[in-house]
Design a protein around this ligand. Structure first.
Ligand code: CA
Length: 695
């Protein structure tokens, strides 16, 4: 790494001419728009977010020869969901606890590690989601958003922090799991939290060089009595009713940012309502702008330009935070500049991105909440019982959506978009909820509606498929049934290939035009991250992070625990494949489903009932019923629960903050004791069921 050593030596000189316009690596808007590059310089590879690589060394004829070339074992990592970046010959990625590493892209040799020390914020962060979907690159810096709400700029050569901006008020139940978006010398960051308390979404842009705030765009209006931040908020407030601001309103943009350099527009995908139930949030109805929309902003000022709302009056957790992919398509004999978007509500949208008008929308999965999208008005035509008018309804899709955040790729040569579709119905039930008095408490959170996942509505009962969607014809070209529910994202290449990892640990390549499976490799652990590809010195690599994670690994409960990717049992890895790869991945243990520990601990039902209330906070990471799905230790098999002293050390005093366990300094002894009894009660129930089953 001679080149890098020279750069390090030259740093004082560079600092002396601060303000120079030319960045070290040349990563700017032009570089991010360059389709011919062989590396992977932004979240969606290039600024059109297509995740389409022009590389053809690995193609539909040679892919059978793909094998591991190098790997890095990541012993301290847990759920890995991010897209690595490759600039020239260095690969950068964000892992657990938002730690960023730079490694040699041809060998995995470490170059630097940057630790933003999120553990120091463990008293602030009450949701231990220490994963993040990606980082951004601009000039000579890497941009890193942290779960506690900081946006940090890091020197790309040395990994040292250059500046840090705080983007969320620490008293609010907000957090960040999304990649920052860089454009035109600015860095945009959003946040999540609609389910974790009263939340009001916004995005903020910072100067990439200095970290100074450039602008902020609020997504839903606040209390009119406080005045509106913008004309857009004044307009949006007309579409809300009741005292929505008490509940926050929601709309949090935690994913789905695209910069359109050609039209000088920035598109943000907005979130669902806070709370989910519109009868609470906005009791007289209304569209509730700008929930569940694509909003186009002026990148220079953050001013509103236009919006398309896919789910007016959202009441099902149908956010629109999914990838916003730019394409130029011939539709009805006309060249159109379009957005491709497959949000949670189950319709695939093709929008005219010059003004946000609807070109077409068709269901890509089972959709029972609306019959169709009216091409004249651009609005969905809802079915009569969709809004659970009598308290309870079963519809599809559910809160996981027909498609989640998992990367969608688009291949202009096949004309197809590739993404994992979800096929789950959901029971929405607010029969037992008093709309007038319901409130959510910060960090405990709540939805304002109860429910649970129902069946797949497919005849084959499959919950997840890899879908190849033709956006011009608005129809499915091909599909592949997948294991599990929440499958990871895709990559497509000019070699007529689609790559996707699976929840059963299989990494697979398919023919992009037909879906024929051409190659698989078993990495021994469920995959949740999307793959990338790049070339260095004429050699093509396909790389991905291996580490079962994301929201279903937190809240998925028994249905996900059964996959066997229990916390800490399998090696987390960064793996790169090539056609002449000769590495052998480390052997992985068989799948492990945690078994509750036998303990001599007498459960008191009353204390357990109190603990069940307290546990509502814990369930966001440790799973409903204390059944961990893989992101966290299974508390029913924990050795420390029955020792009040050790338990308090972890929960109250933050002894495991370095591993991602938030600390709750204010928790009372009574609450801790309640938790003990609740967790042991759940353990005893599971043990009794095992004995009953003869297990
Ligand atoms: Ca949500």
């Amino acid at each position: 790494m001679v080149r890098r050593s020279l750069l390090v030596l030259a740093l004082p000189l560079l600092a002396a001419c601060a303000g120079a316009e030319t960045p070290d690596t040349g990563i700017d808007d032009a570089a991010m728009a360059d389709e011919t590059r062989e590396d992977w310089v932004s979240y969606g590879r290039t600024s059109n977010e297509r995740r389409f690589s022009p590389l053809t060394q690995v193609d539909d004829a040679t892919v059978q020869g793909l094998s591991p070339d190098w790997y890095v074992v990541l012993p301290d990592d847990k759920g890995l969901v991010s897209t690595p970046l490759v600039v020239d010959d260095v690969l950068y990625f964000i892992g657990s606890m938002n730690i960023v590493r730079a490694v040699d892209a041809t060998s995995g040799e470490p170059i630097w590690t940057y630790d933003p020390r999120v553990r120091d914020y463990a008293d602030r962060m009450r949701v231990g989601w220490d994963h993040n979907r990606g980082i951004a690159f601009w000039g000579d810096k890497v941009y890193v958003a942290t779960w506690d709400g900081r946006l940090n700029a890091v020197d790309a050569d040395t990994g040292t922090e250059v500046w840090s901006a705080t983007t969320i008020d620490p008293s609010l139940p907000l957090y960040i799991t999304g990649a920052p978006k860089v454009f035109d010398g600015k860095v945009l960051v959003g946040n999540g939290g609609t389910e974790h308390g009263p939340a009001r979404g916004y995005v903020t842009a910072y100067d990439a060089e200095t970290g100074e705030q450039a602008w902020r765009f609020w997504i839903v209006p606040g209390n009119p009595a406080d005045g509106f931040e913008s004309d857009a908020m004044r307009m949006a407030a007309e579409t809300w009713t009741g005292e929505w601001w008490v509940h926050g309103g929601g709309g949090n943009a935690w994913h789905g940012f695209t910069y359109d350099e050609e039209l000088n527009q920035l598109y943000i995908g907005t979130g669902n309502g806070s709370p989910w139930n519109q009868k609470i949030r906005s009791p007289e109805g209304g569209d509730n702008l700008f929930l569940s929309s694509i909003v186009a902003l002026d990148p220079d000022t953050g001013e509103y330009l236009w919006h398309y709302q896919d789910t007016p009056g959202e009441t099902w957790d149908f956010n629109s935070n999914m990838d916003i992919v730019l394409a130029d398509l011939e539709i009805d004999g006309e060249q159109r500049k379009v957005i491709l978007h497959a949000p949670k509500n189950g319709f695939f949208y093709v929008l005219d991105r010059t003004d946000g008008s609807l070109i077409s929308a068709e269901p890509f999965t089972e959709v029972t909440w609306a019959s169709h999208v009216d091409p004249e008005t651009g609005r969905p035509v809802e079915n009569a019982d969709a809004r659970y008018p009598d308290g309870r309804t079963v519809i599809a899709p559910g809160p996981l959506g027909g498609h989640g955040w998992h990367a969608m790729s688009f291949n202009q040569e096949t004309g197809l978009a590739y993404f994992p579709g979800i096929h789950a119905s959901y029971v929405y039930d607010d029969t037992n909820i008093d709309h007038a008095t319901w409130r959510s408490e910060p960090w405990v959170g709540g939805l304002g509606v109860e429910g649970g996942f129902g069946a797949s509505l497919r005849e084959d009962n499959v919950f997840s498929t890899l879908q190849a969607w033709d956006p011009v014809r608005q129809e499915l070209a091909w599909e592949v049934p997948l294991p599990g529910v929440y499958s990871p994202g895709t990559l497509t290449t000019a070699g007529n290939l689609v790559f996707q990892g699976r929840l059963d640990g299989i990494f697979a390549a398919y023919r992009a035009d037909t879906g024929e499976e051409l190659w698989t490799h078993d990495v021994g652990l469920g995959i949740s991250a999307p793959p990338i590809t790049y070339a260095v010195d004429g050699k093509q690599y396909v790389a991905l992070l291996v580490g079962f994670g994301s929201v279903m690994a937190a809240v998925g409960g028994a249905g996900v625990a059964q996959y066997g990717w229990a916390y800490g049992e399998h090696d987390r890895m960064l793996v790169a494949f090539s056609l002449d790869g000769a590495a052998t991945l480390p052997p992985q243990p068989d799948p492990v489903v945690p078994i509750p520990r036998e303990e001599s601990f007498e459960v008191d039902a009353e204390l357990a009932a109190r603990g069940a209330q307290v546990y509502a906070k814990c369930s966001w990471c440790h799973g409903n019923g204390a059944i961990a799905a893989g992101m966290t230790p299974d508390l029913r098999s924990s050795r420390i629960i029955t020792s009040l002293e050790r338990f308090a050390g972890v929960v109250r005093d933050g002894e495991r903050a370095a591993e991602g366990m938030p600390m709750y300094p204010d928790i009372t002894l009574d609450d801790l004791v309640g938790l003990q009894h609740y967790i042991r009660e759940q353990a005893e129930l599971a043990l009794a069921a095992r004995r009953e089953a003869g297990g």
